[in-house]
Design a binder for this molecule. Structure first.
Ligand SMILES: C[S@@+](CC[C@H](N)C(=O)[O-])C[C@H]1O[C@@H](n2cnc3c(N)ncnc32)[C@H](O)[C@@H]1O
Length: 242
């Protein structure tokens, strides 16, 4: 741990997951409307299913998924994140969720183990890693089961503050087809849909200490200037029936 906490980690997610997992947990716990599970529930029948949640982080996605399924296994690489999830599972008495250590690139489960593999904002961006993760997700999913990848839409890094955060590096309208889209659709035959969700913080200061801490000084300046306390996110859900 660093000697003193900075005002922001300027988009360094690697630092976030290892040194400030509690900030990620606070950020992801801020309610969104609609909630991710409401959207998944309206598109996929996950009732009575065993779900593998790939990249389960501090547990938020696994806990949400456990409310619409039978049981969830959360797979997470970072010990610091997984420990928060394990502690919360005990505190919340979530008996149908377990967490295992591991990587999406080499899932230590036998073939055809789960009814659905779901990844919620799993941060893989290298082409070969995306292919390996999808092959692994398909391998451990039973025939007829779902493989679902929910991510931030390519033009929406940081939600509707993308332009402020990225400045000149902003992904343009012409370049909204990200690498995940191309590989999942063209190589693996996934379908997809987008949806929007509004995340509402308790106050502008609350947004600065969580969202601003992660997304950087430009975001913090904008929140201070406007007093805003909400973010609109566009999510992209890729899915396939195996
Ligand atoms: C943006 S967080 C999402 C967490 C969770 N799905 C949620 O919605 O709250 C991404 C998580 O994926 C984990 N991760 C990154 N690469 C991974 C990999 N190769 N295998 C498993 N987990 C990974 C990170 O450590 C982090 O906890």
């Amino acid at each position: 741990m660093r000697e003193s906490k900075p005002a922001t980690i300027e988009n360094r997610w690697d630092i976030l997951y290892v040194e400030y997992p509690e900030v990620y947990d606070a950020f992801v716990s801020v309610p969104k409307q609609p909630q991710m599970v409401e959207v998944l529930k309206s598109h996929f029948d996950l009732k009575e299913k065993l779900i593998l949640d790939i990249g389960s982080g501090a547990g938020d996605s696994s806990f949400q998924l456990s409310t619409i399924s039978k049981r969830v296994i959360g797979l997470e690489l970072e010990d610091h994140m997984r420990r928060i999830a394990e502690r919360k599972a005990i505190d919340l008495n979530m008996t149908n969720v377990t967490f295992i250590k591991g990587t999406a690139l080499d899932i230590r489960l036998p073939d055809q183990t789960v009814d659905a593999s779901v990844a919620i904002t799993l941060p893989l961006f290298l082409e070969d890693e995306i292919r390996t993760y999808i092959r692994e997700a398909m391998r451990v999913t039973k025939t007829g089961g779902y493989v679902i990848n929910l991510g931030i839409a390519p033009f929406c890094y940081g939600g509707d503050l993308a332009e402020t955060i990225l400045g000149d590096a902003k992904v343009t309208e012409e370049d909204t087809e990200g690498v995940v889209d191309r590989i999942l659709r063209d190589e693996f035959g996934f379908a997809y849909f987008d949806y929007e969700a509004v995340q509402t913080y308790a106050s502008a200061e609350h947004m600065i200490s969580t969202y601003g801490f992660i997304f950087g000084q430009r975001a913090i300046d904008e929140i201070r200037k406007t007093g805003r306390k909400h973010v609109m996110w566009t999510y992209r859900v890729h899915y396939l029936v195996k």
